[in-house]
Design a binder for this molecule. Structure first.
Ligand SMILES: Nc1ncnc2c1ncn2[C@@H]1O[C@H](COP(=O)(O)OP(=O)(O)OP(=O)(O)O)[C@@H](O)[C@H]1O
Length: 339
């Protein structure tokens, strides 16, 4: 059986605002096996970044806090760890990369020095050893002429190269889990594909697990073993990549798939958008959070929040449609006829 690396249970995280406490994620449960890639997908504002910041306990520095739940990583609950413990865990066992590589790098140090600094800090190597290892890391992430590049500053490198450097810094500590928050969003399409290829090959080579945060179903299709779809702070659907793409079971997931041009389920040349907008945290609707945008909403959806229903093998969706036998089947028939 696959070894569980990360098990998030019932995670609620939020912020103290002038209007009171707002919950940016509620009762989020998610798990990740060793060597697996799980993609957390959803529109902007759905709570993906808050979930990743909570795992790293960086949310504590953003004016937020974990209000409920546990984050078991290799058996220990990160939600209960002190920030001193987290300094040991962050960058040593769990590394994180963000969207904009330029803001992750320090403009006044060479890229080699920045990788070496991470090696000295986490692996306690001498500076000389770390500098040599930094060149090896640049080679590992596919940077040509790494000896020369190591002596250059971030502004001398392209955006894609800088993201490779950021990945090298993250990997310098040999993490077992890499959290990548929209790592390719700031890059142009060809470079995006190269960085995704790199992440895939590094994962194979190093055996790490990846939690990939993306708003892009196309990226999830290429990278994920499992996909968790988030909407307005909750996970509305979770399943293997093949289940999600062959039997999308929440109307929100179906909408996301239809809005990706060229993906199976999208509507040819017609650009589909899910009507309406994601609600703000202080105006969350009663009942199912998606109901104001859902073409299939019924009375119960406006009244009660749906539980999670099993809709396939290790595949769950939170939608009232699955309460009645036959309700979902009729809906899916209708959807496939429309495609
Ligand atoms: N420091 C903060 N204080 C108050 N609210 C916040 C804070 N950070 C995030 N939020 C709110 O939490 C909700 C979830 O935000 P989050 O950044 O996790 O969304 P996301 O899905 O990652 O979207 P994006 O891709 O745009 O970052 C949003 O409504 C956002 O406004």
């Amino acid at each position: 059986m696959a070894e569980k690396l990360l098990e998030i249970e019932n995670l609620t995280a939020g912020f103290l605002t002038v209007g009171g406490t707002v919950k940016a994620t509620e009762h989020v449960s998610l798990s990740l096996d060793k060597g697996q890639t799980v993609c957390l997908v959803g529109e902007s504002g759905s709570g993906k970044s808050v979930t990743s910041l909570a795992i790293m306990r960086l949310i504590d520095f953003n004016g937020g806090a974990i209000l409920e739940g546990s984050i078991k990583f290799q058996g220990e609950d990160l939600a209960k760890r002190s920030q001193d413990d987290m300094i040991r865990i962050r960058g040593n066992k769990i590394a994180m990369i963000f969207q904009d590589p330029m803001s992750s790098l320090n403009p006044v140090y060479t890229v080699g020095d920045q990788i070496a600094e991470s090696i000295v800090l986490h692996q306690r190597k001498s500076k000389k050893e770390a500098r040599k290892m930094a060149v090896d890391m640049l080679r590992l992430v596919g940077i040509p002429a790494p000896e020369i590049r190591a002596r250059q500053y971030p502004h001398e490198l392209s955006g894609g190269m800088c993201q490779r450097v950021v990945i090298a810094i993250a990997l310098a500590c040999d993490p077992v889990l890499l959290i990548a928050d929209e790592p390719t969003t700031a890059l142009d399409v060809t470079v995006q594909a190269q960085i995704l290829d790199l992440l895939r090959s590094l994962q194979k080579e190093l055996g790490m697990s990846i939690l990939l945060i993306t708003h892009d179903m196309g990226v999830a299709a290429e990278m994920a073993d499992r996909i968790a779809v988030m909407y307005a702070g909750i996970i509305v659907e979770e399943g293997s990549v093949s289940e999600i793409f062959s039997h999308p079971s929440h109307p929100y997931t179906v909408g996301l798939l239809k809005s990706v041009p060229g993906l199976e389920g999208s509507r040819g040349d017609e650009l589909y958008t899910i009507r309406g907008n994601i609600p703000g945290l202080s105006q969350l609707p009663v009942g199912c959070r998606f109901h104001p945008r859902c073409p299939y909403a019924k009375d119960i959806c406006r009244e009660k929040s749906p539980p999670s229903f099993t809709v396939g093998e290790e595949h769950q969706a939170s939608c009232w449609m699955y309460m009645e036998d036959g309700g979902a089947a009729a809906w899916q028939q209708n959807e496939s006829e429309q495609r």
